[in-house]
Design a protein around this ligand. Structure first.
Ligand code: NG1
Ligand code: ZN
Length: 553
């Protein structure tokens, strides 16, 4: 049959090189870009099948390797809600990517389709939106994905072009909600909701001076800087200067720049000079789904004051909490209240000082394993869920139910001629935040605009933000081992269950340190075991990490 022939054809066009082994890790398949075509083609088949299974709802494919070096590339799949592909399809993704020959691939697809109740070759439709970042292997891999998609009868591929990862996730989500989903629709949503914050919702006495308006953004020589250049003139109230914008001659993608570099190395990225000391700066990663802030502390060295994902999370959490409190404790004549469950989601990499800070402010904090797919899912359990990884990936999600309550509250308040009331304005701020922030996935551009809006609203400088709490000194190390899967963890990755003796050794080392905390886990994106240690001094954190790394080796 036609379907069989197409699958056999495409599989023989992209033979799997011997010795290749792909695993759908924390963020899809990743490897040297030149070796990725077979896996990307098969991800195309997978995405088309996923769409068929979900009655033709749009599914997404993003071709990127995020913060990894320019020679790498990768592929991941977005589900119709704009989130990561449902985890129970990952074992099939692995099997498909590693099918040794065309026949094996065909049999796998047929069997899986049968198990999942997917009828192939019938009158179904499927649509897959594709996006890629600026990597040189992107175009070639996009073609492999298209061929994979077209191998499923009835599937329709739409190339959305060169995009940030979160843009593509947003487009998939919007398309399935029946909202306009082009790039200009995305930009309009960001610009409009940002302007609403800045022009209508910031108290009048907090206009901000020139320095408060100035922001330098390190674009990691990736796609985020390119997009920011396109919209910055339309962003009222901030004056953005993009460095490492990816223009010819500015430097190499993610090399000595970008959010991962700044967060891990805690030094100034390439392209900054002593003139920038004291200015508020932000750094994106190569596909613009991570965001951190920093400030050059002095002209004499390259150290920075870092505001990582944990502190962005803290800013967002305080802002949302404050608006909810205004709505609920306002004592206004209207007297409407809106109880809402606010949940904060972190991973074990969150700095202990941030967790303490959030709890001290009466916030509910929960933990999940590393990886956005876990954090996002947890956040969805709340009326408002805020999640961030320390590395700067995170967002805020609002339940549909909460948003419709908010809508009717603001309708009532405005018709009661209470238009200018604090309660009404707080409701409008929450509404604008829900429109500004990308609810599909962490998005550095929308996150950056929300940070800027909140700093203006609070009249805070970078210094005020930095001083919310002081990070505990920490150290991250990578250990190369023969088989990283031999380490198995439990309790949101904070404890090792196998090998059984390792946790005891970690506990013993940790007990020797004041405020010591340490855990190890196999990376889901690199062939290493990661060690994280925290203590009251840098010397202790370093030595704790080193001695535990020694036990892992
Ligand atoms: P792994 O390699 O599984 O630690 C890394 C990051 C994650 C996440 C993914 C996807 C750390 C410690 N880990 O995962 O947070 O961002 O990459 O990009 O930063
Ligand atoms: Zn990224």
């Amino acid at each position: 049959r036609e379907q069989r022939r197409r699958l056999l054809d495409v599989a023989s066009r992209f033979p799997l090189p011997s010795g290749c082994r792909f695993s759908y890790g924390t963020a899809g398949f990743r490897a040297d870009g030149a070796t990725m075509a077979p896996a990307v083609c098969r991800a195309g088949i997978l995405a088309a099948l996923r769409s068929v299974k979900l009655a033709g709802a749009a599914v997404g494919i993003v071709i990127t390797a995020s913060h990894n070096p320019v020679g790498d590339n990768g592929v991941k799949i977005a589900d119709p809600d704009g989130g990561m592909m449902a985890q129970h399809w990952e074992p099939f993704a692995d099997a498909l990517a590693n099918a040794p020959d065309p026949d094996a691939l065909l049999q796998l697809v047929l069997q899986f389709a049968k198990d999942e109740g997917i009828s192939l070759g019938g009158h179904h439709t499927a649509q897959v939106l594709l996006g890629r970042d600026t990597r040189p292997t992107g175009e070639y891999l996009l073609d492999a994905a298209l061929q994979g998609i077209n191998a499923i009868v009835g599937a329709h591929a739409i190339d959305m072009g060169i995009l940030t990862t979160p843009q593509l996730h947003w487009m998939v989500r919007s398309k399935n909600k029946g909202i306009k989903a082009s790039e200009s629709d995305y930009f309009t949503q960001l610009i409009d909701s940002f302007s609403r914050h800045m022009l209508e919702l910031v108290p009048k006495d907090k206009g901000g001076d020139e320095l408060a308006k100035k922001l330098i953004v390190d674009g990691a020589n990736g796609i985020g800087g390119v997009k920011l250049e396109q919209i910055k003139a339309e962003l009222s109230g901030i004056d953005i200067n993009v460095r490492n914008s990816g223009k010819e001659g500015e430097g190499i993608l993610n090399h000595m720049c970008g959010a991962d570099f700044v967060q891990k190395e805690r030094v100034t990225p390439h392209g900054f000079s002593p003139e920038d000391v004291g200015v508020r700066c932000a750094s994106l990663d190569g596909d613009a789904d991570r965001l951190v802030y920093f400030r050059m502390s002095s002209a004499s060295d390259n150290k920075v004051d870092l505001v990582d994902g944990d502190k962005i999370l803290s800013l967002f959490a305080l802002f949302i909490r404050e608006q909810l409190d205004i709505i609920n404790n306002n004592g206004s004549q209207v007297n409407k209240s809106m109880p809402a469950r606010l949940g904060i989601v972190q991973t074990a990499y969150a700095n202990g000082a941030s967790t303490q800070f959030l709890k001290n402010h009466g916030l509910e904090v929960v933990f999940t394993p590393t990886g956005v797919k876990y954090l996002h899912k947890k956040a969805l359990e709340y009326d408002i869920g805020i999640y961030f990884e320390a590395n700067g990936h995170g967002t805020i999600v609002f339940s549909e139910d909460f948003l419709s309550q908010l809508q009717s509250l603001s309708n009532e308040l405005s018709s009661d001629a209470a238009n200018g009331s604090a309660q009404y304005r707080a409701a409008m701020r929450l509404m604008a935040a829900s429109q500004l922030i990308n609810q599909a996935v962490g998005d550095a551009l929308s996150g950056l605009l929300l940070v800027e809006a909140i700093l203006q609203y609070k009249g805070w400088s970078f210094q005020n933000w930095c001083e919310l709490y002081s990070d505990l000194p920490s150290r991250q190390l990578k250990v190369k081992v023969i088989d990283r899967s031999s380490i198995v963890t439990t309790e949101a990755e904070t404890k090792v269950s196998q090998p059984s003796s390792l946790q005891e050794l970690i506990d013993k080392e940790t007990a020797n340190c004041a405020h010591g905390r340490c855990f190890v886990r196999p990376s889901g994106t690199e062939d290493v075991v990661r060690v994280y240690a925290e203590a009251s001094t840098q010397v202790e954190a370093d030595s704790l990490a080193r001695s535990v790394a020694h036990h892992v080796e």
